[in-house]
Design a protein around this ligand. Structure first.
Ligand code: SF4
Length: 225
């Protein structure tokens, strides 16, 4: 029997092909471990808006992958509407980016998140580090640790997709407040004297991935060490 041909005959195989990793945002939200507002919360108000089905409906154009693999996990996306022009050549976003540039900044607009993915890929920015650094800055701003004098007048708030899309090129080109953010969360924590490890979510200077350590305890081990 040909393994590749029968792979999708079971629900898990079919789901892996249909969604790749994009199903995890909704699944993690139901499980209470989807990063939201710099890991302050674990469930989205409207998980359907960032679900695998929404992704396939709004963004997906084609599936691609490695030779003979039945999963074909790579997403090909493209979109052109009145608000966004998303080029297919920068690749489709996967779960980590949906969370890092999306839910962890309290952004649930898949089109805006896909545009952020495009910007990061164009400038070779890691979406997790970029999104987590913006989330850390938003938390520091909302806590009053920094203010508009530190941010060149920018109001850093969760849920602001325009802010995310404005900051990413500023980080890549080290312009204005983007030059500060380009240092990453760990150095910003030193600069802003943040000692609360529940806000500065880094391990050995690197931002953690989009897996809540309160549920995935293996990730927690990294943070404790
Ligand atoms: S083998 Fe390639 S296409 Fe298949 S799941 Fe792995 S990375 Fe994706």
């Amino acid at each position: 029997m040909n393994y590749a041909r029968t792979f999708r005959d079971n629900p898990q195989g079919e789901a892996l092909y249909t969604y790749g990793t994009t199903a995890f945002a909704e699944i993690f939200s139901v499980s209470g471990c989807l990063p939201i507002n710099n890991f302050r919360l674990g469930q989205a108000d409207d998980p359907a808006s960032i679900s695998g089905d929404a992704y396939n409906r709004v963004l997906l154009k084609k599936r691609k992958g490695c030779y003979a693999c039945p999963i074909q996990c790579k997403r090909r996306i493209a979109l052109k509407d009145t608000q966004y022009d998303i080029k297919g050549r920068y690749g489709g976003l996967e779960y980590e980016t949906i969370a890092a540039l999306g839910t962890n900044l309290n952004i649930v607009d898949l089109k805006a998140i896909a545009k952020g993915n495009e910007i990061c890929n164009r400038y070779c920015l890691d979406t997790i580090s970029a999104g987590m650094t913006i989330a850390f800055a938003c938390e520091c701003f909302e806590a009053g640790i920094i203010n508009t004098q530190d941010t060149d007048g920018l109001e850093l708030r969760f849920g602001d997709s325009d802010l995310m899309l404005r900051l990413l090129p500023m980080i890549a080109q080290r312009q204005g407040f983007g030059d500060v953010l380009a240092e990453g969360s760990a150095r910003l924590a030193q600069r802003w004297e943040v000692t609360d490890i529940s806000a500065n979510l880094t391990v050995k200077g690197q931002e953690i991935p989009m897996h809540d350590p309160r549920v995935k305890v293996g990730v927690n081990l990294e943070i404790v060490i």
